[in-house]
Design a protein around this ligand. Structure first.
Ligand SMILES: [Zn+2]
Length: 254
């Protein structure tokens, strides 16, 4: 963390603008559920993210500071309890106004490939940029009950990539934690693939990496339901992120 703080907070312009507090209170539902201590750390993380990130706009898109702040706050929530700079390898955040159209051959499942253009809400590249749809990012910040959040999803992929393997397992403390994580996540992943889930959408069954990204979305957005239906998975995510969003929801009366 200290490298992170030096690297990002060494910038003289990495200050949290008080105006951002109103912006985030209005447009990022999670913001008002944070404790004063959490808010203080989030302010540092958000300021560092906004000023320390290379931002790129899709052609013709007006990428305002408010948009950067709202994306930065969602990405920073994942780092709130961690003592690592999870996004150190991030080269840039590329923001599109609505959906992102991809070209090129891609797998569609079952060994089938297609060259038809794909429309997606976001994408995380290993040691490269994160690509986001602003429409999806804005929706995710404002309406957590829907469960989906493209920023949590893509930045969870970034955390997964930290150990160099994109396999749904972010860096964990030790072998015991790794074994427990593998056991719990494999059981939950197999269950989603076999029977679906009342809280994890079917996309979680695509592969273990997507499982972790989708589970992260639900952990922050529908924590009470996740804890109720998948208590072991919730406990693993709580231990990794060192946050308890279900308690936060209860405190906020949600
Ligand atoms: Zn994904």
């Amino acid at each position: 963390m200290f490298t992170f703080l030096r690297r990002r907070f060494g910038r003289p312009d990495a200050a949290f603008d008080p105006h951002w507090h109103d912006l985030l209170t209005t447009h990022f539902q999670h913001w008002s559920g944070l404790t004063p201590a959490e808010l203080q750390r989030m302010e540092h993380l958000v300021a560092a993210f906004v000023t320390g990130t290379r931002w790129e706009a899709a052609r013709g898109f007006d990428l305002t500071e408010d948009i950067k702040v709202l994306i930065a706050a969602q990405a920073s929530l994942l780092l709130l309890g961690l003592d690592i700079d999870g996004y150190e390898d991030l080269t840039s955040v590329i923001v599109h106004p609505s959906t992102v159209r991809l070209r090129g051959v891609h797998p569609t499942g079952g060994g089938v490939f297609s060259s038809a253009p794909r429309v997606i809400a976001g994408q995380a590249h290993y040691q490269g940029p994160v690509v986001l749809s602003w429409a999806a990012a804005r929706r995710g910040a404002q309406y957590p009950a829907a469960g989906e959040n493209v920023v949590y999803h893509e930045f969870a992929h970034r955390l997964d990539m930290l150990d160099g393997v994109i396999d749904g397992t972010p860096p964990l403390d030790d072998e015991a934690a790794l074994a427990r994580w593998a056991e719990v996540c494999t059981a939950a992943y197999d269950s989603v693939r076999a029977d679906g889930s009342p809280v994890l959408r079917n996309y979680a069954g695509t592969n273990p990496a997507e499982f972790f990204a989708v589970a992260t979305e639900v952990f922050f957005n529908r924590p009470v339901e996740l804890e109720e239906h998948e208590p072991a998975l919730y406990a693993e995510l709580r231990a990794f992120y060192r946050q308890d969003p279900a308690v936060r929801c209860a405190a906020a009366g949600r």
